[in-house]
Design a binder for this molecule. Structure first.
Ligand SMILES: Nc1ncnc2c1ncn2[C@@H]1O[C@H](COP(=O)(O)OP(=O)(O)OP(=O)(O)O)[C@@H](O)[C@H]1O
Length: 256
């Protein structure tokens, strides 16, 4: 079992104190959901875990298997099995989707163990079929001209091909139609098992009906204010963030 531990994490961006002491531990074999109002720091948490520049950790630590990863580059974090499916996937003209995914798969392997082209294509075909992604999308430039939903599905294709130890999925459900949502959920569920852990950021209980989390955390004001089981998402649907904040004796929920 591997663990990803977030300990008393404080993060600033552009001089703003965004995360104010986040504590969270995800182990392989578990799926955790994070819900919270707009602007509360959910994406900041995922970007900081992945090591994106511009986010300064001012206090606390992030540990993978007990080792601090704060000084690791994004690339090192990816090589050690961390993966982030982004809220706004980037378009990269000039590199085809297939080339990108193959390079990413090989980046995680020693040179002499590079994936054979035939094996790669077979796996890619299989995963694309599972996600109902049209074949021609393998040859298109990465995310260029993809619709919002196609970009999200493509992030999940990368996830299935890379098979990371920990996947952070930042609003993968936004912009997905109901059929795409069930397909994406099927893709994520296919990775479930003792070797895989995930942190799913979402605004909607709907996604959590398809990918049932083991633990649900509510984040407000840059902190985790409540943790519970899958029922917590349903409870939140009824009370809203304002209602929950009141029950917890917090001032107000934050919004954009
Ligand atoms: N690079 C940055 N520079 C300056 N401010 C930032 C930066 N990144 C995030 N913020 C600010 O930090 C706050 C938290 O943003 P974040 O995107 O983490 O929230 P979120 O909980 O993911 O919100 P949403 O639900 O709307 O996606 C916001 O006020 C945002 O404007």
């Amino acid at each position: 079992m591997t663990t990803l531990e977030i300990k008393n994490l404080h993060v600033q961006a552009e001089g703003q104190h965004i995360l104010k002491g986040v504590n969270l531990t995800v182990s392989t074999g578990e799926i955790h959901a994070i819900m919270g109002p707009n602007g509360t720091g959910k994406s900041t948490l995922s970007e900081t875990i992945m090591g994106r520049s511009g986010y300064q950790v001012t206090e606390g630590d992030i540990l993978l298997d007990g080792k601090s990863i704060l000084n690791w580059t994004v690339d090192e974090r990816a090589r050690h099995g961390l993966f982030l499916a982004m809220q706004y996937p980037q378009e990269i003209p000039g590199i085809t989707n297939m080339e990108f995914i193959r390079a990413a798969v090989n980046a995680g392997r020693p040179k002499e163990k590079a994936i054979k082209v035939r094996d790669f294509l077979q796996q890619l075909d299989e995963k694309m079929a599972l996600l109902k992604i049209p074949e021609e999308m393998a040859e298109r430039y990465l995310n260029e001209g993809f619709s919002g939903g196609e970009k999200k599905r493509n992030e999940i294709l990368q996830l299935l091909m890379l098979k990371p130890r920990f996947a952070i999925l930042d609003e993968i459900d936004s912009g997905l139609d109901i059929d795409a949502l069930t397909i994406v959920a099927k893709g994520v569920n296919s990775l479930r098992g003792t070797e895989f852990g995930s942190l799913i950021i979402t605004h909607y209980q709907r996604l959590l009906k398809y990918i049932v989390p083991d633990v649900v955390h509510i984040m407000m004001g840059g902190r985790i204010v409540k943790t519970g089981g899958p029922d917590l998402a349903a409870e939140l649907e009824k009370t809203g963030y304002e209602g929950l904040a009141k029950t917890l004796g917090l001032e107000t929920a934050d919004h954009d």
